[in-house]
Design a protein around this ligand. Sequence first.
Ligand code: ADP
Length: 505
Amino acid sequence: MKNIGDIPDEAQKFPENFNPNGDDLTSLLLLNALPQQVWTANAEGIINYVNDTICRDFGHAQSTIIESGWESFLHPEDLPESLHIWHESLKTEKEYTTEFRLLFADGHYYWHLARAVLVKREGKANIWVGTNTNIQDHKNIEFRKDEFISIASHELKTPLTSIKGYNQMLLRKVEDEAIKAYLLRTEGQLSRLEKLIKDLLDVSKINAGKMLLNIESFNFSLMLQEAITAMQQLSPNHKIILDNQLDLQFEGDHYRLEQVVQNFLSNAVKYSPDADRVMVNTALKDGNVIVSVTDFGIGIETAHLGKLFDRYYRADNSSARFDGLGLGLFISAEIIKRHGGSFWIESELGKGSVFSFKLPLDPGRPIVPEIKNSNHYKDQYLTISCPENDDIMYVEWVGHQDMRSVKHGGALMIEYLKANPRSKVFNDNRLVLGTWSEASDWAAETWLPEIELAGLEFFAWIFSASVFSQLSAQKSVDNEEKTSEIEFFHSADEAMLWLKKCKSV
Ligand code: ADP
């Protein structure tokens, strides 16, 4: 079968450690018959075999591809991220998975899903076996869907704005009270439609990486007050109470942050139909502004908490009774993350929920250690101690965490475990507030394999009281290939007892 690039026949180079007799030869014929790109690399990551499909796709002979290296065929925009992930896998020896565009002989780039695993022989790193699967069709469908949503929502916006305008004109002119009531209802429905269209537009912007922030200095307290006043007008059945007032000037996107507050407020009202108040609380803590919106409504089951900020996700108890697309929190999460902040939820089914977010006042501010010596470290987020004559490393996390503080603390844990070799970690989250959910995927995929390589065998994790934080903790170690034993505890004593019993083999 001939494919994209016709390539000259040449003597096949075999994968490393290949036995050209018997089974290995059959495997090679099989590899070349596969429509998928298949490759191998040595333990250092140097490509040493590519199958026929790769040669046909790239339009080059095997030797040319191996000599020029993978990088020459990768889209320049995808190169840094792919190389980073590849080097991480080489270091941790864990599965390599990424998506990138590859340049084919027809001059076009095609999206591929790359996967590789390290095959060990006699316990030694031997060969990486990888495949690249062409996912261009899938990407095209996704792209068309996003494009459709983007065009449709753009096109819907213009007539809707006119209808709203005409409706308002009528409202001003009409004197008949009955007709006025209908027009007011129409206005309410138009606002809902407008919100849905705006959300769809925002999602397509986020998907296309085009949600730009307009950073300016503004009065944060005034922004909050305006969002509350606007929501109060729309929600006569709830009293929205601002618990305390800060006077704070903030650098960020005024419009986008107001959108986050509006979303939290409108959810608080929507999901508490039988309640009569919503509380808003603000605080300044450790260089962050924290905003919490509390409602006394339907609440959320723990199982749903970690997923609510995903796109189109809606909890079971709300999807049938309340309208919505499940986009508001996804958009809010993106806006908060883009400001270097984080978010979390506390909730009890049937009692109500507290949705909070935190924004750093100075996102670039360095984390300065208060103590740093060879076996003891302390900064505002965590304390690490490796006492002499003890086989446990003690780590205590404090306060609100975010991506930056978790990555920083995680790297320090590895550094201290290497400098003070031991296999047990007592990881105390009791003083953690809120969550670090955005860092969970990073922790599971990157941090856990690295700390295992640094010697970790037994990890006792004492939960924070925050359920959202507990879910994040569990997600942080959700790695099928983990080699260490990880246990979660609600009590420090139990954690200690377990650690003392653990024995390295
Ligand atoms: P939408 O409200 O349009 O469904 P959101 O993204 O704002 O979309 O919220 C996602 C889901 O989170 C909601 O469908 C609901 O299940 C849940 N949720 C959000 N806020 C609350 C709240 N204050 N109380 C209970 N459930 C909530």
